[in-house]
Design a protein around this ligand. Structure first.
Ligand SMILES: [Zn+2]
Ligand SMILES: [Zn+2]
Length: 195
């Protein structure tokens, strides 16, 4: 029976809900399944619009109650275990996206030969010292790959600027530079320039 008075309606609804919990849950789940895509989209849109506010609230909640983080981590771990394939897929897509964003920021093609396939590209220290820097950053371990991209991303987020002294090179040019001090592309081109 619908109530005109909002307070009464709320009371009626919450009473109905608590005495028919299973039915309400089943209906909610069915609704969510029927409208999966729209819900996903609208929550994403909502997040994009209120990103700062949501993240700020989350940070405050974490700071005031460290248990929340722990609890989230635990539920996440349970989900990961039960959905390993999906987790790997999501993780791959996330790391790929992040790497692309960073390569784009540094010029999205090999600064030596112009290669553009992102699978071939990486970040190079223009004046060397990459290994040393990584050792310093990651507690003596020579962590490469994604940790370093995460570090760059964090730096940019905190300072608004991308760390300097870096460029995009493809793995070939990067290796050649590492082994021989310069990439053969450079000497070939230099030779043509000098003709
Ligand atoms: Zn190259
Ligand atoms: Zn090259």
């Amino acid at each position: 029976m619908p109530h005109k008075d909002p307070a009464k309606r709320r009371e009626y609804n919450s009473r109905y809900k608590s005495s028919n919990l299973d039915r309400v849950r089943a209906l909610n789940l069915a609704y969510k399944n029927r409208h999966k895509d729209e819900i996903h989209l609208s929550s994403q849109e909502y997040y994009q619009l209120h990103k700062d506010e949501i993240n700020q609230k989350r940070r405050e909640a974490y700071a005031s109650n460290p248990e929340i983080r722990q609890r989230k981590y635990e539920t996440g771990a349970i989900w990961r275990k039960a959905n390993l394939l999906r987790f790997n897929e999501l993780h791959r897509s996330f790391t790929r996206r992040r790497k692309l964003q960073i390569l784009e920021a540094y010029g999205d093609h090999c600064g030596c030969c112009g290669e553009t396939s992102f699978e071939f590209l990486s970040i190079d220290h223009i004046n060397g010292g990459g290994t040393k820097e990584r050792k310093q950053l990651f507690d003596g371990k020579r962590q490469g790959g994604f940790q370093y991209y995460s570090y760059l991303w964090k730096q940019h987020k905190e300072t608004g600027e991308w760390p300097g002294g870096l460029q995009v090179l493809c793995h070939n040019c990067n290796m050649a530079k590492g082994f021989y001090g310069t990439c053969p592309h450079q000497s070939e081109w230099q030779a043509i320039v000098n003709l």
